[in-house]
Design a protein around this ligand. Structure first.
Ligand code: ADP
Ligand code: MG
Length: 244
C-alpha cells in the first residue's frame, strides 16, 4: 500500500531549539492516525511544515505520490490537503456562511463587495451548515460564535475543498463534552465517507476510541508508532509523558 502522506527526516530548529528533529512517519490511506506527544514535542511545527505554513530546514514531504516539500498552503488546500489550527482560525468579520464560501476560494473583497458567488459553492456551504447544525447562526459574524462553534465552523470550512487528507490540531481542546461528542461524530462520518485524518489530540480516551494507528513524538522525534492498545504499555512513551 502506498502511503497517502510520507514525512521523511524532517527538521526545524528555532534558535537553539530542535522543535522537529529528524522525524519520519507515514499516514496510510483511510486511517484516522493520531499524532500525540507532550507539550512542546513538535506536533504543531510538524503540521505547519506538512501543510505549507512553514518551510523545513531539511526533510521531504510526499502527498498522494508527489513531492510537495515547500509547496504553499493554498496550493496544497486545492490539491486536497487541509488542516485546522490549535486556536481555531475563522475570519471574525465575515458571517458564518461567508466563512464557508471564503474557504471555497473567494477573496474577502469579492465577498464583501459583490454577491458573485457560484451557486454550487453556496449550495455546498448551505449543506455543510445543515450537517454541522450551524444553519441557525449562518448570518451571525464568526466573532459571535462560541469557541466550540468556531472549531466546528473551521472544520466545516476545511471540507469545502473536498479534501483527501485533513490534519486536525487539537480538535477538542477547550470545548465542552457535548461538543467533543459532536466533533467525534463528524470525524467518524467523514472518515466513513473516505477522508483520511491525522489528528493531534491530548484527550487520550478520544484518541483510543477513534484513532489507529498512533504515532508518538518526543522532543521532535518519533519514539513510537503502532496500534493504540500498545501505546500506553510502551516504556518510551511512559517516560516521555512522565518526564523521567
Ligand atoms: P507541540 O505542538 O507539540 O506542543 P510545538 O510544535 O508548538 O509543539 O513546539 C515545539 C517547540 O518549538 C517548543 O519548544 C516551542 O516553544 C518551539 N517553537 C514552536 N514554534 C516556534 C516559533 N515560531 N519560534 C520559536 N520557537 C518555536
Ligand atoms: Mg501544538
Amino acid at each position: 500500500m502506498t502511503a497517502l502522506l510520507e514525512v521523511t527526516d524532517m527538521t526545524k530548529v528555532f534558535g537553539g531549539v530542535r522543535a522537529v528533529d529528524g522525524c519520519s512517519f507515514t499516514v496510510e490511506p483511510h486511517t484516522v492516525t493520531a499524532l500525540i506527544g507532550p507539550n512542546g514535542s513538535g506536533k504543531t511545527t510538524l503540521f505547519n511544515m506538512v501543510t505549507g505554513y512553514l518551510g523545513p530546514d531539511s526533510g521531504r514531504v510526499r502527498f498522494a505520490g508527489q513531492d510537495v516539500t515547500g509547496v504553499d498552503a493554498g496550493t496544497l488546500y486545492r490539491r486536497g490537503l487541509s488542516r485546522t489550527f490549535q486556536q481555531a482560525r475563522v475570519i471574525p468579520q465575515l458571517s458564518v456562511l461567508e466563512n464557508l464560501v471564503a474557504a471555497g476560494g473567494y477573496s474577502w473583497r469579492q465577498l464583501l463587495t459583490t454577491r458573485r458567488v457560484g451557486r454550487a459553492d453556496r449550495d455546498r456551504a448551505g449543506q455543510l451548515l445543515e450537517e454541522f447544525r450551524l444553519s441557525h447562526v449562518a448570518d451571525l459574524l464568526a466573532s459571535e460564535l462560541s469557541y466550540g462553534q468556531r472549531k466546528l465552523l473551521e472544520f466545516a470550512a476545511v471540507l469545502m475543498s473536498d479534501p483527501t487528507l485533513v490534519l486536525l490540531d487539537e480538535p477538542t481542546a477547550g470545548v465542552n463534552p457535548v461538543m467533543i461528542d459532536t466533533m467525534e461524530r463528524h470525524i467518524r462520518e467523514r472518515h466513513e465517507a473516505g477522508i483520511t485524518f491525522l489528528i493531534v489530540e491530548h484527550d487520550m480516551s478520544f484518541v483510543m476510541r477513534l484513532c489507529d494507528p498512533v504515532i508518538v513524538l518526543d522532543q521532535g522525534k518519533r519514539i513510537f508508532s503502532g496500534v493504540p492498545s500498545e501505546v500506553q504499555a510502551n516504556a518510551l512513551v511512559l517516560d516521555a509523558y512522565l518526564g523521567s
